[in-house]
Design a protein around this ligand. Structure first.
Ligand code: MG
Length: 318
C-alpha cells in the first residue's frame, strides 16, 4: 500500500486576530501544532515546532526517530524562549503522524490537545488522548464527556512542547489498510465539530482529503469559529510505495515570525509565566490567541462613552 492524496489547511477562524496554528504535510510526515504565548509567541512556538519536523522529517523511520524529532522541536522552542524574553513561556501542542506504507503502519507522536483520528468504513476513532484539564477530569470521573465539551477551561492543556527543557511524548503505532484516512487537527476543529459530524463531513466530501479539509474548516466556522482551525488529512491506498527521495530538504519552508516589542498580543508579557493572562491561576496552560485585543477595545469604548457624556453635559449646561 502507499500514501494517496493528502491535504493540509489552516484558518484563523472567525474570532481570533491571528493564526497561531501550524501544520506539516510532507509525506510520509504529517503534523499539526497549536501555539500558545503572548505577543506572537504562540505563532513562533508552533512554527518552530513545525520547522523542526519539516527539515529532517523524511529521514524518520520509526517511533524512536519520531520521539527524537519532537524532543528536538521541544529543545528549540525552550532555548528560544530562554534567549528571547518576549517569548518567555511560549509553547505548543504537537501531533505527528509518520507513515511507513511498506509495513502498513502509522506511528503517532503526541503532546497536548491537538488530535489524531482514524476514519475507516464511515466510522471515526480518536487515536490520541488529550493532555488537557478536562480530559483528566473526565478520566477521574469528575466530568462527563458532554460537560467537558462545554467546559470554560476546555482549552487548558497539561502538557506542551517548549515549556520545559524536556517533554514526555506519547508515541504509538497503528496498523492501517487501504481506504483508511488519517486526520490530524487542532482543537479549533474538535471543540467546534462533534466527532460523528466530522466523519459525515468527510464522507460527504467523497473522502477527498482536500475537499474534506476545506469542508471541515467551513463546519468549524459555521459553529462560530472561536479558535484557529487546522486540518491535515491523508489517505492510504493500494499500490506500491513510492521510492523515498534521495537526500533531504535543504531548508525549512516554514517561516518563523519574530516577536516585535510593540506587538500588543495576548498574555506572556516578560516576567509572567507566559500563560494566558485571562486564565485564572492554574497549574496548566491555555492556548489559543486573540483574547488580548479585547481589553484595549473595552477601554476605548469606555473612553468614548465618558467623553460623550461630558460633551452632552456641557451642551445641556449651556
Ligand atoms: Mg487551538
Amino acid at each position: 500500500m502507499r500514501i494517496g492524496r493528502a491535504a493540509g489547511v489552516t484558518d484563523t477562524g472567525l474570532q481570533r486576530l491571528r493564526n497561531e496554528d501550524a501544520f506539516v504535510c510532507e509525506p510520509p510526515l504529517f503534523a499539526v501544532a497549536d501555539g500558545m504565548g503572548g505577543a506572537r509567541a504562540g505563532e513562533v512556538a508552533a512554527r518552530l515546532a513545525a520547522a523542526a519536523l519539516e527539515e529532517p522529517g523524511r529521514a524518520a523511520r520509526d517511533s524512536d526517530d519520531l520521539v527524537g524529532l519532537i524532543a528536538e522541536a521541544n529543545r528549540r522552542i525552550w532555548e528560544r524562549s530562554l534567549a528571547d524574553p518576549l517569548t518567555a513561556g511560549m509553547g505548543t501542542t504537537m501531533t505527528v503522524a509518520l507513515v511507513a506504507p511498506e509495513s502498513g503502519k502509522v506511528t503517532i507522536g503526541h503532546v497536548g490537545d491537538s488530535r489524531a483520528y482514524l476514519l475507516r468504513d464511515g466510522a471515526i476513532e480518536q487515536l490520541t488522548t488529550d493532555h488537557s484539564l478536562v480530559a483528566e477530569l473526565v478520566q477521574g470521573g469528575m466530568l462527563t464527556p458532554e460537560e467537558a465539551e462545554r467546559h470554560p477551561q476546555r482549552s487548558a492543556i497539561t502538557r506542551a512542547l517548549g515549556t520545559e527543557p524536556d517533554v514526555d511524548v506519547d508515541a504509538f503505532t497503528i496498523e492501517v489498510v487501504p481506504g483508511d484516512l488519517v486526520l490530524l487537527c487542532s482543537d479549533g476543529l474538535s471543540t467546534m465539530v462533534a466527532d460523528e459530524r466530522v466523519a459525515s463531513v468527510v464522507e460527504d466530501a467523497g473522502r477527498d482529503p482536500a475537499r474534506a479539509a476545506d469542508a471541515l474548516v467551513e463546519a468549524a466556522n459555521a459553529q462560530g469559529g472561536v479558535d484557529n482551525v487546522t486540518v491535515v488529512l491523508f489517505e492510504i491506498v493500494e499500490g506500491e510505495p513510492e521510492a523515498s527521495e534521495p537526500g533531504g530538504r535543504a531548508a525549512s519552508t516554514i517561516e518563523v515570525p519574530s516577536v516585535a516589542a510593540a506587538d500588543p498580543g495576548r498574555g506572556g508579557a516578560p516576567g509572567t509565566d507566559g500563560h494566558d493572562e485571562e486564565t485564572p491561576a492554574d497549574p496548566v496552560s491555555t492556548h489559543g490567541a486573540g483574547k488580548g485585543g479585547r481589553l484595549p477595545a473595552l477601554l476605548l469604548v469606555l473612553g468614548v462613552l465618558v467623553l460623550g457624556t461630558l460633551v452632552l453635559y456641557w451642551g445641556i449646561s449651556r
